[in-house]
Ligand binder design. Structure first.
Ligand code: ZN
Length: 414
C-alpha cells in the first residue's frame, strides 16, 4: 500500500504527517516498528502499552502511521477529528461506525462517546434516548427500486423528501409552492439522476392524489402506492426519514453549520452493521471532509521514477515521453516530450515503458511530430479504459458545454 492510495485530502495528510513527526508517542512507536518490539508488554513505556495488542497491525508509510488501513491520528489532531466525525450531529453509534472506517487511536470509541454526550446541540435535541429506527422486514433487493416520498414543513419552508427503501439514501429539496406540478417537477429531476423507481410510496396528500400526479405515474411508468386509512404505517419509512432530516436541519441551524454537509455525512455513515446509504446506492463512499478509503478497491499503479520512459495517453493519441519529476499534485508527474516540451500528467494517463523489452503492442504510438514506435509493456484493456475515463474527467469544459447544449435542446422540446 502506498500513501497516495489513502486519499486523505492533501492538506489533512500533510498535517497528519507533520503532527506525527512532532508526536512523542508516535516517534517511540515508529522506533519500535523500525527496530522491533520487546518480548513483553511490561518492557514498553507506559504511554505505548495501549498499542501492544495491535502492534502486529501497525506500519508506517511515508511518515504516516497506519493500523491496517486506518490512519493513526496524532494526539494533537484528535479533537479536530472528533469534531469532523460528529459533523451533522449524528448519534454515538453512527459516529463510531464512521470513525472506525477511517481512523484509529487507542480509546477512540470512548472519546467519541464522551464527545457526543457532551455536545450541547445534541443534548437540546434528544427527545428520548433515541433508538435508531428498525429496519423494515421487507427490504427490496435493488437500490432505488422502492422509494418513499413525503412533504414536510420546516421554519415556514416546504420540502420534498424521497427515501430509497434499499439504501436509506435521502434526497431533500425545497419547494417554492405546494402545487402538484412543482412536486412532479422536483421528482422528475431526482428521477433523472437516480432512475425511475418501480414503486413510489406516499401518503394521500393532495399533491400525490391529483390527476396530474396520476398522469405522471402513467407516463413515467411506476406504481404509486398511497397509504390508506387502514394502513397508515405504509408511509412510515418516509416519515422516519423526515424526522431524521428535520433533526439535521435543526442542529445545523443551532450549531451554525452547513445542512448539506450534515446530509452528506448522513449519507456516508454506515448504519446497523450495513454499508452507508451512499455505498448501497452508488457503490462508493462519497468524498467528504474526513479522510476516507474510497480508493480501497482501486488497483494502484506503480510509482514512476525520474528518467522512466513512458507513453502519455491523450484521447486516442499516444506520445512518447520521459519522466522528469513529480508534480505538486498527488499521482502527477512532469513528463517531457521528445521535442522538449514539458507537461503535467496524471499517473493514470501514463504507461511505463520497458526499454529492453520488445512489445507485441501494435497500437498507434505517435511522438509529437513523427511516428516512431517504441517498445513498452502492453497496456491492459483495464488500464486503457481507466485511462480514457480519467482523461474524460480531466477535461470537463467541453463536456460541460456539450451537456448544456443537450439540456437546452431537451428543455426546448418540452
Ligand atoms: Zn452534537
Amino acid at each position: 500500500m502506498i500513501v497516495e492510495n489513502i486519499p486523505i485530502s492533501n492538506d489533512k495528510l500533510s498535517i497528519v504527517k507533520k503532527e506525527t513527526k512532532c508526536d512523542p508517542q508516535f516517534n517511540i512507536l515508529i522506533d519500535y516498528l523500525n527496530k522491533g518490539w520487546p518480548h513483553h508488554k511490561c518492557q514498553l513505556p507506559n504511554e505505548i502499552k495501549s498499542y501492544w495488542s495491535v502492534k502486529n497491525d501497525l506500519f508506517v508509510v511515508d511518515g504516516v502511521l497506519f493500523k491496517d488501513n486506518l490512519v493513526l491520528i496524532p494526539k494533537k489532531m484528535r479533537n479536530e477529528m472528533l469534531k469532523l466525525i460528529h459533523e451533522g450531529h449524528l448519534g454515538i453509534d453512527r459516529c463510531k461506525r464512521r470513525a472506525r472506517q477511517v481512523i484509529f487511536w487507542p480509546g477512540m470509541t470512548r472519546d467519541i462517546e464522551m464527545y457526543v454526550k457532551r455536545c450541547v446541540t445534541c443534548k437540546e435535541h434528544s427527545n428520548s434516548p433515541s433508538k435508531e429506527p428498525l429496519m423494515p422486514i421487507h427490504i427490496p433487493e435493488l437500490p432505488w427500486h422502492k422509494v418513499g416520498s413525503d412533504i414536510f414543513e420546516f421554519k415556514n419552508k416546504h420540502f420534498l423528501l424521497l427515501v430509497d427503501y434499499y439504501s436509506n439514501f435521502v434526497e431533500v429539496c425545497k419547494l417554492n409552492d405546494l402545487t402538484s406540478n412543482t412536486v412532479i417537477q422536483r421528482m422528475k429531476e431526482i428521477f433523472s439522476r437516480y432512475g425511475i423507481p418501480s414503486e413510489l410510496m406516499t401518503d394521500n396528500g393532495t399533491q400525490f392524489s391529483s390527476r396530474e400526479f396520476k398522469n405522471f405515474t402513467k407516463i413515467w411508468g411506476f406504481n404509486h402506492i398511497t397509504s390508506s386509512p387502514n394502513y397508515a404505517q405504509s408511509n412510515g419509512k418516509s416519515e422516519r426519514a423526515v424526522q431524521t432530516v428535520k433533526k439535521l436541519l435543526k442542529k445545523s441551524i443551532l450549531s451554525n453549520s452547513d445542512f448539506n454537509l450534515a446530509l452528506l455525512n448522513y449519507r456516508n455513515t454506515p448504519r446497523d452493521g450495513l454499508s452507508s446509504p451512499a455505498q448501497l446506492l452508488m457503490g462508493r463512499t462519497l468524498r467528504c471532509q474526513l479522510p476516507i478509503n474510497y480508493d480501497k478497491h482501486c488497483k494502484s499503479l506503480p510509482i514512476l521514477k525520474k528518467g522512466d520512459n513512458v507513453i502519455t495517453i491523450n484521447g486516442k493519441n499516444r506520445n512518447k515521453g520521459i519522466v522528469v519529476g513529480h508534480a505538486i499534485a498527488p499521482r502527477s508527474y512532469i513528463v517531457q516530450s521528445k521535442l522538449g516540451r514539458q507537461y503535467r500528467r496524471n499517473r493514470r494517463h501514463l504507461i511505463k515503458c520497458e526499454n529492453d523489452v520488445k512489445s507485441p503492442y501494435d497500437g498507434n504510438i505517435y511522438e509529437d511530430a513523427d511516428c516512431n514506435r517504441m517498445n513498452f509493456e502492453t497496456p491492459t484493456q483495464e488500464m486503457l479504459t481507466e485511462n480514457e475515463k480519467c482523461l474524460k474527467s480531466a477535461s470537463p469544459l467541453p463536456q460541460v458545454r456539450q451537456a448544456k447544449k443537450i439540456a437546452k435542446r431537451r428543455i426546448e422540446y418540452n
